[in-house]
Design a protein around this ligand. Structure first.
Ligand code: CAA
Length: 259
């Protein structure tokens, strides 16, 4: 898919990797549609997209709420005149060891609340947005060949391999990788490609909030000996849109961390 003039919704677009994706897709000539709950962040990224040459629209939406997702996709398609792609990028962490044991005392350190929070945003939110995007893409008839209808790019994570302290996040991001394969199989017949990017550890607020010791240890174990730049992940997202034979796969962009 050539990105010029394509309408691409990005969840979690108010900062971090989503911001980098919005700016890069703007430079490629796309029209980014920025979805997030952070109104100020959205406005800031909208302005950056404008500076990069794109007229971006912003929508405040809680992606865990079905009614809000349905309403937002309906509205954005009405406002923009269509939808060609979506990046399911929104995600949060709430790290914690499963249990801790000291001096015969066992503590359940990962709360059910943190399990639910991460799985709701990182997995249920992806499901709701992808389902809505796919339904709307199939519905819209632009008179194009079916293979031209749209592309869904899911953001998984290298943590899906099972990162210590990330039971909830690893499970959700594995779920995202699995849904990518299922949807690639199901949606190809409708002219929709689905692919995923699994970022490694990047220079974002999410990684910044890791304990210093854990982050330093991790950085030392990356063969390239540095964190990724958000734009390096955005570059992979661009690839996922532009390469029409990339389907159902999870592309790892992690500096070689999991080699
Ligand atoms: N491997 C093995 N053991 C570990 C460990 C590890 N990676 N990390 C901690 N432990 C052990 C510690 O050695 C310690 O053992 P002792 O008591 O015997 O010394 C024990 O677990 C408790 O460690 P802490 O005191 O650090 O426990 P805590 O409850 O304060 O914190 C933690 C635990 C939440 C896991 C914390 O260490 C942490 O946040 N680690 C980083 C988790 C992480 O990698 N997050 C990634 C965020 S970025 C992201 O997710 C983006 C992406 O997509 C890639």
């Amino acid at each position: 898919m050539q990105l010029k003039d394509k309408i691409i919704a990005i969840t979690g677009a108010a900062g971090g990797l989503g911001r980098a994706m919005a700016v890069r897709l703007s430079r490629c000539g796309a029209m980014p549609v920025l979805l997030d709950m952070n109104e100020d962040g959205l406005e800031q990224v909208r302005q950056e997209c404008e500076q990069a040459g794109a007229k971006a629209r912003t929508y405040i939406v809680d992606i865990t709420q079905e009614d809000q997702v349905v309403k937002t996709f309906k509205q954005l398609i009405e406002d923009c005149g269509g939808l060609h792609g979506v990046v399911n990028n929104a995600g949060v962490t709430a790290d914690g060891l499963l249990v801790k044991a000291k001096d015969g005392q066992v503590e359940k350190t990962l709360s059910l609340e943190d399990w639910d929070k991460v799985s709701q945003i990182d997995m249920r939110g992806v499901f709701l947005c992808a389902r809505e995007a796919a339904a709307r893409m199939i519905e819209q008839d632009e008179g194009e060949a079916p293979q031209m209808r749209g592309v869904i790019v899911n953001i998984s994570s290298i943590s899906r391999a099972g990162n210590v302290g990330q039971t909830n996040y690893s499970a959700a991001k594995s779920g995202v990788a699995a849904m990518t394969v299922t949807w690639a199989n199901e949606l190809a017949r409708h002219g929709i490609r689905v692919a995923a990017i699994a970022p490694g550890f990047c220079q974002t607020a999410m990684v910044e909030k890791m304990p210093d010791k854990a982050r330093e240890k991790l950085e030392a174990s990356i063969p390239l000996k540095r964190l990724g730049e958000p734009d390096e992940i955005a570059h992979a997202v661009q690839f996922a849109f532009e390469n029409d034979y990339f389907n159902g796969r999870v592309l790892e962009v992690d500096g070689g961390l999991r080699l």
